[in-house]
Design a binder for this molecule. Structure first.
Ligand SMILES: [Fe+2]
Length: 446
C-alpha cells in the first residue's frame, strides 16, 4: 500500500500539560469515490503515536494507539497529557509498517510563568490564488503557537485564472466535496510544514462553510457537513455534534497572555455577532483575567473602518455591522486589550478608541490585522481610508503573516511579507513592526 500519511501531521490546542496530535490516513487524498474518502477501507485502522523530547526519538516520553474511524475520514485526534509546561516535544505516527514524518510541538507555559510568548498569525489561504511560501517562512520561525483566524479553505468555485488549479472546480456543497477541498489544501508541503512546526489554535470565518453565512436555520444542513470536514482536518480537542462545534475557548499562556479564541459565525444573528453565551463568556473573562494581555483571536476587522466614496461605506459583515456589541467589549476598558484579526487580505494596524468618531477620545487597546497567506485583496484606496480613520495607523498590501512576541512589558508584532505568491520561493521580509505597552500602538521598526 502507498504511504498513508499523505496529508502530513499537526498538533494543536496546547495546554500546560497536554496537546492534541493530528493526522489523517489517506492512500489517495483526492480519490473521487464519495464512499471511500482517501481510498481507505471502510473499517477502523489502528494508528500508533509517539512523543519524544528529541527529534531522533531516542527518549520517548509518551506513546499510545488509537483507531482511525471511517466515519471521520480516518482522521486521528490523539489527546496527550501529563507533559511538562513550556516544553518542546516531537511526535510521529505509525500504521502497519509506515511511519509519518515528525512534527514539533510545544506545551503552553505553567500558570505562574512570566516567559515571553512567541506567536504567529495567519489566515485566508485560497489555494488557486498562489503558493503558500509565507507559511514555509512561518514554519522556519518555529513560534510557540500559531493562530489561524479563518478562511482555511474557500468553498467557492475555482477562481478565474488560477495560479494553481483545483481538480474539482465546483462549489463545495457536500461532505465529499468539503473533504476533497481540505485534502487538496493539505497536500501542500508548505502548509504541512507550518502544521509540523508548531501547535495551532484555529478559528474560522465564513468560507469554511459558505460566504457570509450566519447562525440561522437556513445554513444548518450545510454547516453540519462543513464542520465535520473542518474537524477532520484540524487538530481540535472538541468534536462536532449535531451540526454544532464548540469553537470559542480560552488558551492561557502563563501570566503573559490570555488568548480568547472567538467564533464570529456559528451564533451570529442580526445585531449580534457572538450570541449571548459567548458574549457573557468573553466579557466575564475580560473583567476578571489576571493575565497581562487579553488577546481577542478572531476573524474580523474590529476597529471602525469608514471607506470614503459611494455606499456601502462600512463593511456590515465585520464588526462595523455590530457596533453595540463592539462598544460593550470596549466599554469594559480592559487593560492590556489586543485584537488579532484578518479577513481583509491586507495588513492594517489600529488604535482601538472609546469613540471611533472622536480622535481625541481614549485609546483602549490595539488591533493587528493580518494579511492573507495567498488570497487576493479587493482594491482599496488605502490613503483615503487612512485619512478618514485617524485611528488606523498602518496599511500594507503584501501577502504574508504576523510574527509577534508578548512579554511582561510589551506586545510586539512584525508584519512579514512576501513580494509574490504566483511563483514559488519568494523571500520574506519584515515590512513594519509595531508595539504596544497597553493602549495604543507605536511603530518600532528602524
Ligand atoms: Fe479570506
Amino acid at each position: 500500500m502507498a504511504n498513508l500519511f499523505t496529508l502530513g501531521v499537526a498538533s494543536g490546542e496546547p495546554s500546560p500539560d497536554g496537546v492534541i496530535l493530528w493526522t489523517r490516513l489517506a492512500a489517495d487524498p483526492l480519490h473521487p469515490d464519495p464512499v471511500r474518502p482517501g481510498n481507505m477501507p471502510n473499517r477502523p485502522v489502528e494508528v500508533r503515536w509517539q512523543l519524544a523530547r528529541d527529534e531522533r526519538f531516542t527518549s520517548i516520553v509518551k506513546e499510545g494507539a488509537t483507531q482511525a474511524q471511517p466515519a471521520f475520514a480516518h482522521s486521528v485526534h490523539a489527546r496527550v497529557d501529563g507533559l511538562e509546561p513550556g516544553t518542546d516535544y516531537f511526535y510521529r505516527f505509525r500504521t502497519g509498517n509506515e511511519l509519518s514524518t515528525a512534527g514539533r510541538t510545544r506545551t503552553a507555559p505553567a500558570e505562574s510563568s512570566t516567559q515571553p510568548v512567541r506567536f504567529a498569525v495567519a489566515n485566508c489561504q485560497r489555494y488557486e490564488h498562489g503558493f503558500y511560501t509565507a507559511l514555509r517562512h512561518l514554519a522556519d520561525e518555529r513560534p510557540d503557537v500559531v493562530f489561524f483566524v479563518g478562511d482555511y479553505i474557500y468553498e467557492l468555485p475555482q477562481a478565474q485564472h488560477p495560479v494553481r488549479p483545483l481538480e474539482r472546480t465546483g462549489e463545495t456543497t457536500t461532505l465529499h466535496h468539503y473533504r476533497l477541498r481540505y485534502s487538496r489544501y493539505r497536500t501542500d508541503r508548505d502548509l504541512q510544514a507550518a502544521h509540523a512546526a508548531a501547535p495551532w489554535i484555529a478559528t474560522w470565518d465564513d468560507h469554511e462553510v459558505v460566504n457570509n453565512y450566519d447562525g440561522s436555520a437556513a445554513f444548518r444542513a450545510r454547516r453540519t457537513l462543513a464542520y465535520q470536514a473542518y474537524y477532520e482536518h484540524l487538530p481540535l480537542r472538541v468534536r462536532p455534534a449535531a451540526g454544532d462545534l464548540q469553537m470559542f475557548r480560552r488558551r492561557t499562556y502563563g501570566q503573559i497572555a490570555d488568548f480568547m479564541v472567538m467564533d464570529s459565525r456559528q451564533f451570529r444573528k442580526p445585531h449580534d455577532m457572538l450570541g449571548p453565551a459567548q458574549e457573557e463568556w468573553l466579557l466575564s473573562r475580560l473583567r476578571t483575567s489576571p493575565v497581562k494581555w487579553k488577546v481577542l483571536v478572531q476573524a474580523l476587522f474590529f476597529a471602525r473602518r469608514f471607506v470614503p466614496g459611494p455606499a456601502p461605506n462600512l463593511r456590515m459583515d465585520a464588526w462595523d455591522g455590530f457596533p453595540e456589541q463592539r462598544a460593550r467589549i470596549l466599554g469594559l476598558r480592559t487593560p492590556g486589550l489586543v485584537v488579532l484579526s484578518g479577513d481583509v487580505h491586507n495588513n492594517w494596524a489600529s488604535d482601538l478608541k472609546a469613540d471611533f468618531m472622536d480622535p481625541a477620545s481614549d485609546t483602549l487597546g490595539a488591533e493587528f490585522v493580518a494579511t492573507a497567506v495567498t488570497s487576493n485583496p479587493s482594491p482599496v484606496d488605502s490613503q483615503a481610508v487612512l485619512a478618514a480613520n485617524p485611528h488606523l495607523r498602518f496599511f500594507d498590501g503584501h501577502r504574508g503573516y504576523l510574527a509577534g512576541t508578548a512579554s511582561g512589558t510589551e506586545f510586539r508584532v512584525a508584519y512579514r511579507g512576501v513580494d509574490f505568491v504566483d511563483r514559488k520561493n519568494a523571500p520574506v521580509r519584515t515590512i513594519a513592526e509595531f508595539a504596544t505597552e497597553g493602549g495604543g500602538i507605536r511603530r518600532v521598526d528602524v
